[in-house]
Design a protein around this ligand. Structure first.
Ligand code: KIV
Length: 288
């Protein structure tokens, strides 16, 4: 090895492929896990090369790729198409795909058929939104070899029922419901749990009480096992007002608005570094 080459474990070609046991090992060493959304092969490669461990083909593609105002119009076929693209571009990152609205809620059998289509396209885990009422479906999938990531807090597929994109679990009664939901999902076999827009103290409680779940926060403070952001948000491409929990990683902290920004690969590497060293999220700035 030349003195100028990177250590073997840090090069994309030699980094071992991420698996659920490897993610669990990293989490149990106290390492923060990094997840970003990806929707195509090129970004999948860039994110993977920058060290992102988990790629999420999020149904946020309805918003950021298709220009819809919610995730509701997204279909299983579209999720499978983007999953295939990401699977072709990625190297060793672990690939999670969202189950879109209407593809799992009505029965475990429907959920299995939808999840199987996504796994055939290259997903290694599926993610589904919703509380304890989805526990039977989670158990059905896990028993049949499909790893599941649950999603609690702000669940965008319920935006019309909730009445907007707002913080969930603020008072103690609502927090108790979320803790009961997370417990039911963990007992059903979910391995991972996205916590979106919940108070930092609640996300920390759930993470500590349910060590069998790898919690991945978005707008949930620094106490979760890992962090996720929508790629377009962390690259500063969000249209309209940027949500409080997002940091634009193309901007160096404290830099002038007209200062040149970082390139995409550098910005993603800065995200990975900031999650790993605990400087993102800063609860005083990005937390609730
Ligand atoms: O669809 C998505 O991108 C997501 C993340 C916000 C976690 O579910």
């Amino acid at each position: 090895m030349s003195v100028h080459s990177a250590p073997a474990e840090n090069t994309p070609a030699t980094r071992p492929a991420m698996t659920l046991p490897r993610l669990r090992e990293a989490a149990s060493r106290g390492e923060k896990l990094t997840m970003l959304t990806a929707y195509d092969a090129t970004f999948a490669r860039v994110l993977d090369d920058a060290g992102v461990e988990i790629l999420l083909v999020g149904d946020s593609l309805g918003n950021v790729i298709q220009g819809e105002t919610s995730t509701l119009p997204v279909t299983v076929e579209q999720m499978a198409y983007h999953t295939r693209a990401v699977a072709q571009g990625k190297r060793g990152a672990f690939l999670v795909t969202d189950m879109p609205f209407g593809s799992y809620e009505s029965s475990p059998e429907l959920a299995f058929a939808s999840a199987a289509a996504l796994m055939r396209a290259g997903a290694q885990m599926v993610k589904l939104e919703g509380g304890g009422y989805t526990a039977d479906t989670v158990r059905f999938l896990v028993e049949r070899g499909i790893p599941v990531c649950a999603h609690l807090g702000l669940t965008p597929q319920r935006v019309h029922a909730i009445g907007g994109y707002r913080v969930q679990g603020r008072d103690e009664a609502a927090a108790q419901v979320l803790i009961a939901d997370a417990t039911a999902l963990a007992e059903a076999g979910a391995a991972m749990l996205v916590l979106e827009l919940v108070p930092s103290t609640l996300a920390r409680r759930i993470t500590e009480q349910l060590p069998q779940l790898m919690t991945i926060g978005i707008g949930a403070g620094a106490g979760t096992t890992g962090q996720v952001l929508v790629l377009h948000d962390m690259l500063g491409l969000t249209s309209g007002k940027r949500p409080r929990f997002v940091r634009d990683f193309t901007r160096l902290p404290g830099s002038a608005a007209d200062a040149p920004g970082l390139g995409i690969a550098q910005a993603v590497a800065a995200y990975v570094a900031a999650v790993k060293d605990g400087s993102f999220p800063d609860e005083t700035v990005h937390g609730y």
